[in-house]
Ligand binder design. Structure first.
Ligand SMILES: [Zn+2]
Length: 152
């Protein structure tokens, strides 16, 4: 019954990189384990600083469910969610969060704001980190490395 969706999240991250977006991907499964949404970052394409992979996946899943809450859903993300996404994950009542690489600079789960550990956080998902972390980190390194070499 349990089936990792990190492969699919990593392929969304690769697709984001190919579009010139920071390579982060996300997949949401419902309580029955079905994939209901998958997305990669689209902040540049949409000129929208909130268009992170997690937000896009949550929006799509909520629209499909006709609900602002996703109880029993599981979210797979290639990188530690930022504080904005962590707050959205909590608001959506997502049951389980699996993420890949840690993000000491922008992360908001194990770093920085530690949104789920805050007393104001009313719903804390189960959190599993470090899943395919090296693959996720390699995608980010090659993306930012290539951009540096491009003289941006
Ligand atoms: Zn985010």
């Amino acid at each position: 019954m349990f089936h990792s969706q990190m492969d699919a999240a990593l392929s969304e991250a690769s697709a984001a990189a190919a579009r010139g977006e920071v390579p982060v991907g996300a997949v949401l499964t419902d309580a029955a384990g079905r994939v209901v949404a998958r997305a990669g970052n689209r902040t540049r394409e949409l000129s929208d600083p909130t268009a992170h992979a997690e937000i896009l996946a949550i929006r799509a899943a909520c629209a499909a469910a006709g609900s602002e809450r996703l109880p029993g859903y599981r979210l797979w993300v290639t990188l530690e969610p930022c504080p904005m996404c962590a707050a959205a994950i909590s608001a959506a009542r997502i049951a389980v969060l699996y993420y890949g690489a840690p993000d000491p600079r922008m992360g908001g789960v194990a770093h920085g704001a530690r949104v789920f550990d805050h007393p104001q956080c009313h719903h804390r998902p189960e959190v599993y980190e470090g899943i395919r972390a090296e693959d996720s980190a390699a995608l980010l390194r090659s993306f930012f490395g290539a951009r540096r070499e491009g003289g941006r």
